[in-house]
Design a protein around this ligand. Structure first.
Ligand SMILES: Nc1ncnc2c1ncn2[C@@H]1O[C@H](COP(=O)(O)OP(=O)(O)OP(=O)(O)O)[C@@H](O)[C@H]1O
Ligand SMILES: [Mg+2]
Length: 626
């Protein structure tokens, strides 16, 4: 331990302005990208329609931001460099409803205190532009069209300690580009260009939001995301949310805006994340660009020097709005949009000069869509329709059995007659079932090619959604309950004392979960009723797993906290198991039910339930058309 030596008393002095600015700069300017962000903010506030950023050495040697905005009067140029000088607010009430990016009147002063700056500007009704040198304060006429150029040279030249923390030029450049990207994603009405060392690195032209998202984040982002549009009260949430398949290992494609300002906000990111909780696997990070518009007086932007954080008057309303917005977007099964998505990908791949898709080549006779042996469908393995009804109480297929599929040529649309087909056999988004593979996958044919479905995963989701639906349809104040069905013959099993105690202690909870489990003897439990959605499952397995879940949770809060976990467990045990043979009717019914079920593209653990293999991909596999 070092001994503390009392230091001699020192007088209290006011700091010089220059030092105050340098201290402020320490908060605002961490690296070149922070300067870029501030200058682009200013250009946007000035009403620019075109913003050009020029950089040297990752922005350390030079950052110049040019705009075609309203400009600054020559007599105001020196004021712009002053601390706490702004044209954007003039009262507390202005501060409480800020509509501009800037409002602190601090950025230019701070930047000018740690770099060599120049401000060149011309307003609409001036004959000439003027330039102000930040170091010397010299003001002189110069040449420029309407707008402003801010030049920042040798950043941190006066604070070398800061300069040492900077990374390689390439890294700083990447941060600068990221800063402009964040602006570009919310202002498709403004054109942006970034130059580094005389080379154009990025250019984004004026266009629609969708075009801008595609230009900045890539066409994949558009193809793999769903539009978000949701209004609750005075909060509007728009943008695009990535499908679960597009999730990444890093949270590097999550853009959230509040009233046009890029923010890092826990409320929004948590809300978005929770909208994915049912469909995302493990730690995967969703991608999204979300724009929250709300009454500016209900959000405080004056929280953080870099304005990247905000504080909401009522964070619950924002959380709910964002969560519902994303949930709604994700809920619709994407199989229903399969044709559209495919077109989009196709056109974006058109430049790749790929061979004409097989199904468009009219002169080529189209072979049987699937090798005949895959169609082998053993009549003895087929289930009766009554089994299917048990499997599938909701969907009803009005059709004769088609168990003699194996005796027919494979290209005959046999199974199609077995379901209520739309105009053409392959018009169903998920197609018509052809066969079951190894008791695990359903193979189906649609207009794009082949569909492969993980039967258990898909059914598990459908059952889960149905249970959730039954659960939430009930009035939360009343006792919520899942529809239950008594078993003709109770299923008994040898139970542990803990299981028996749990069954006896949680009769009501079990009942609400659609289960009736009673003691049969001192060591045996009997399952007397199960949820009607799960009648075909293994009742004993189901009872055991639910009792285990219940034992883990505190009885009083179990319904609130663990309902989804329990419903998911129930769905997992109630869903059709792998290795169960299905008839074509059952398979087709499952496909139709998937098309109609929310979130059916992912199983409860976030894995995909189906994949499309296009004819193009199959052609490529067989080198057709090369
Ligand atoms: N590109 C520009 N075009 C027109 N006026 C500008 C431009 N940049 C700065 N100004 C003027 O200079 C003033 C000071 O800019 P500065 O960035 O320091 O503060 P601010 O934007 O008002 O607030 P903040 O510190 O929050 O950014 C602005 O209020 C604005 O009037
Ligand atoms: Mg500013």
């Amino acid at each position: 331990m070092t001994e503390s030596i009392p230091s001699p008393r020192r007088p209290i002095l006011e700091l010089p302005d220059e030092l105050i600015s340098q201290i402020a700069a320490g908060e605002v300017v961490e690296r070149p990208a922070s300067v870029v962000r501030e200058l682009v903010d200013n250009a946007l506030d000035a009403g620019a329609t075109q913003i050009t950023v020029r950089l040297l050495a990752g922005g350390v040697r030079l950052i110049a931001v040019e705009d075609d905005g309203m400009g600054i009067l020559p007599q105001e140029l020196p004021i712009a460099f002053k601390r706490h000088a702004t044209s954007k607010i003039s009262s507390l009430s202005d501060l409480e409803s800020v509509g501009t990016m800037g409002f602190r009147g601090e950025a230019l002063a701070a930047i000018n205190s740690i770099a060599d700056c120049a401000l060149l500007s011309r307003t609409a009704d001036q004959a000439s532009a003027y330039v102000l040198e930040g170091r010397t304060g010299e003001l002189r006429p110069a040449a420029r069209a309407q707008g402003t150029t801010v030049e920042v040279k040798e950043l941190f030249y006066s604070t070398p300690a800061r300069r040492k923390f900077l990374k390689a030029d390439a890294t700083e450049l990447a941060h600068c580009v990221e800063a402009v990207r964040r602006h570009a994603l919310v202002r498709p009405d403004v054109g942006f260009a970034i130059w580094h060392e005389g080379r154009l690195v990025e250019q984004w032209l004026v266009g629609t939001l969708e075009q801008r998202l595609g230009d900045v984040l890539g066409q994949d982002f558009i193809a793999q995301s769903i539009p978000v549009e949701h209004r609750v009260g005075n909060i509007v949430v728009t943008g695009r949310a990535g499908i679960p398949d597009a999730a990444r290992t890093r949270a590097d494609q999550q853009f959230a805006y509040v009233n046009g300002r890029f923010v890092r906000d826990k409320v929004i990111s948590h809300a978005a994340r929770s909208a994915y909780e049912d469909v995302l696997h493990g730690q995967r990070q969703p991608v999204y660009a979300l724009y929250v518009e709300m009454d500016p007086t209900r959000v405080d932007v004056n929280v953080h020097p870099t304005k990247i954080e905000v504080r909401f008057r009522d964070s619950r309303e924002v959380h709910q709005a964002v969560r519902h917005a994303v949930e709604n977007a994700l809920a619709a099964p994407r199989s229903s949009a399969i044709a559209g998505t495919d077109e989009a990908t196709e056109s974006s791949q058109a430049e790749a000069a790929s061979p004409t898709p097989f199904f468009n080549r009219s002169e080529t006779p189209r072979p049987a869509p699937w090798p005949q042996q895959a169609m082998q469908f053993n009549a003895s393995m087929a289930h009766r329709v009554s089994d299917f009804e048990a499997l599938w109480p909701v969907a009803r297929v009005q059709a004769p059995l088609a168990t003699d599929a194996a005796t027919e040529p494979s290209h005959q649309p046999l199974a199609v007659q077995a379901v209520e087909a739309p105009n053409s056999a392959t018009d169903w988004p998920l197609g018509r079932a052809l066969a079951q593979l190894q008791g695990v996958y359903i193979l189906a044919e649609n207009a794009q090619g082949m569909i492969v479905v993980d039967m258990h995963a898909a059914h598990e989701r459908i059952v889960y959604e149905r249970l959730k639906h039954q659960w939430s349809a009930a009035d939360p104040e009343q006792s919520r309950a899942i529809a239950s069905q008594p078993l003709l013959i109770p299923a008994t099993f040898a139970a542990t004392p803990a299981e028996i105690a749990c069954a006896e202690g949680q009769v009501e909870t079990l009942q609400r979960l659609g289960l009736e489990i009673t003691a049969f003897s001192s060591r045996t439990l009997a399952v007397r009723a199960v949820p009607s959605a799960l009648v075909q499952g293994d009742a004993v397995e189901l009872a055991r797993s639910v009792l285990a879940e219940l034992a883990q949770h505190d009885a009083s809060s179990v319904i609130q906290r663990a309902q989804h976990d329990i419903l998911a467990t129930m769905a997992c045990h109630g869903a059709v198991r792998a290795n169960r043979r299905l008839t074509l009717e059952e398979m087709n019914a499952l496909l139709r039910q998937m098309e109609a079920t929310e979130r059916s593209d992912q199983c409860n653990h976030g894995r995909p339930t189906w994949r499309q293999v296009t004819m193009k991909e199959l052609d490529a596999l067989f080198l057709r058309g090369r």
